[in-house]
Ligand binder design. Sequence first.
Ligand code: PNS
Length: 167
Amino acid sequence: MIAVYPGSFDPFHNGHLDITERCAEIFDEVIVGVLRNASKNAMFTTEERCAMASEATAHIKNVSVRSFNGLLVDFMKLVSSRTIVRGLRAISDFEYEFQIAQLNRRLDPAVETFFMVTNAKYSYLSSRNVKEVASFGGSIDDFVPDPVLARIAERLKPKTFMLEMTD
Ligand code: PNS
């Protein structure tokens, strides 16, 4: 069975890697689906986001990375999969995830969404937090796979950080 793990992955962090590794043990094939038209505030281009996800999952034989545009259910047809996997960190994720799962089912009743509970050690991680910590010069060594760390370091290299006193 082929599962699709879709997302913006801007960037792919250790929580994403953990879900991908666990999925790969359950499904015959896992496709990490990188959304092309992600937010305008994306730090990385689609190509960079795909490259980071590919580099981070290179050690898992049955995982591949593909980008997609438009509706997820159309991408599901394209890759002959009926199984979407999404990670759930907390109850706060649930409302949004429940909505998109219902919407996707309405768009294509053949598609099922499976939720995977995030490993507790990554429950606080989000791509947004990773970018914020990195952009203020904090250490993200424990948050992202090495290839991602290298690209973020490269991206932020020209910037210098000024510590502003507020009082
Ligand atoms: O990592 P994200 O940004 O939470 O992932 C959201 C994603 C990519 C799963 C969702 O935005 C998506 O599937 N977008 C494609 C467009 C689509 O199918 N929209 C209808 C369901 S939201």
